[in-house]
Design a protein around this ligand. Structure first.
Ligand code: PLP
Length: 395
């Protein structure tokens, strides 16, 4: 006997995985240079040189039993203090080490946070479409239900009127992901203030806090100095789920953290619930070596110019060919409206040209495709004639 729900989850192939297999097949048939795989959000920009240098230094300097040993369940005290100090210096907050829980990346941060906040099967978590598909899995794992709020069609900012209606007495949390996967949109300060004001009023009306969970793996990936509001400065009941997967190009190392705002109601109890959820899920003692790397590399930044060059080349070319999409201010995704009205047909015509694009339906936004431009600029340049030919096939 086994858990049927888990079986279903594990045996269902993800769309992105299928694209990956298709890419391999096409590469074998027609040659790797004829395949343009825009499916995965795996950074092509290497980790900053200082990160690799730091790893070497740590291995030389620290005893093996320490650097490969367990830390405290919630993370090394020195790393947690360094992370807290960094948040305070950068965003003017007053976080301390006991607000920080080190995790294996944003996926673990989200799973833990949801488990810490939700307890009844009537609990609801609001998410803004288009959204990272794993949210629905993480929310189900916390025995809660998700409520999806649509985006405004041109700007891809959340539809605030729909949001206000979606918050009920059962709402435990709202997930905000900005810069957003898959749209690349950064929520404006105006949007953030409106969300906070709606939630403040609803929390008061229902007599319990409604938490904002900020999913921030793309915080450092913003272009042209666009401001990404730090939610702790706008609202009290906040948990920040951070990850170094994209910011330091370390997705395989599995490192990130949860920061519980010290201003949250019963903040210490919420943090204890985070520790309990981490314990119950087996997400304790994030990798020691990576915790030490984080402590020493907090100020390192990704090579944003390289992603920006890709964004500009792809956005300018595609809009010139007649595609419609919002110009992304962050992350490394372009969310493009399909041509024609059949998503499957559009993706088939694209893949016939070697263009592997993720259908928008997977992000709860049918009629669009996601292009992950964290690939070499040369790949983008070589793919452009195929995008042009795809557009022409609809004229
Ligand atoms: N949240 C979003 C919006 C993501 O795009 C991703 C990964 O692509 C994650 C969370 C999970 O990131 P991590 O690798 O830190 O677990």
């Amino acid at each position: 006997m086994f858990n049927e729900k888990m079986y279903e989850l594990g045996s269902k192939r993800s769309v992105i995985r299928e694209l990956f297999e298709l890419g391999k097949k096409r590469a074998a048939e027609f040659g790797a240079d004829k395949v343009f795989d825009f499916s995965l959000g795996n950074p092509n920009v290497p980790a900053p040189a200082a990160v690799n240098e730091t790893i070497k230094n740590i291995l030389d300097e620290m005893p093996s039993t320490v650097i490969h040993g367990y830390t405290s369940a919630q993370g090394d005290a020195g790393t947690r203090k360094a992370v807290a100090d960094y948040i305070n210096e950068r965003f003017g907050c007053s976080v301390n080490a006991d607000n920080i829980y080190m995790t294996c990346g944003a996926a673990a941060s989200l799973t833990i946070s949801l488990k810490a906040l939700c307890s009844k099967d009537t609990d609801e978590v609001v998410i803004f479409a288009p959204y990272f598909p794993e949210y629905t899995v993480f929310i189900a794992n916390a025995n809660a239900r998700y409520v999806s709020v649509p985006a405004l069609s041109v700007t891809f900012q959340p539809d605030l009127a729909a949001f206000a209606k979606s918050v009920t007495a059962d709402t435990r949390a709202v997930i905000i992901n900005s810069p957003n996967n898959p749209s690349g949109v950064v929520y404006t300060e105006e949007t953030v203030k409106a969300i906070c004001s709606i939630l403040g009023a609803k929390s008061k009306e229902f007599g319990n806090p409604i938490y904002i969970i900020c999913d921030e793996p793309y915080r450092e990936l913003v272009y042209d100095s666009v401001n990404v509001p730090y939610l702790m400065n706008y609202y009290d009941d906040v948990l920040v789920c951070y990850s170094y997967s994209k910011s330091l190009s370390l997705p395989g190392e599995r490192i990130g953290y949860i920061a519980v705002s010290p201003k949250a109601k019963d903040s210490a109890s919420v943090y204890a619930a985070v520790c309990g959820a981490g314990r119950s899920l087996g997400y304790v003692c994030a990798p020691s070596l990576m915790q030490e790397v984080v402590k020493r590399c907090l100020k390192e930044k990704p090579d944003i110019e390289s992603y920006k060059a890709n964004r500009d080349l792809l956005y300018n070319s595609l809009t010139e060919y007649g595609y419609d999409c919002v110009k992304p201010d962050g992350a490394f995704y372009l969310f493009v409206k399909i041509l024609g009205d059949d998503e499957e047909e559009f993706c088939r015509r694209a893949s016939d040209r070697g263009l592997l694009l993720v259908p928008g339906a997977g992000f709860a936004s049918p009629g669009y495709v996601r292009i992950a431009y964290c690939v070499s600029t040369d790949t983008i340049r070589r793919s452009l004639p195929e995008f042009e030919s795809l557009a022409k096939s609809y004229r």
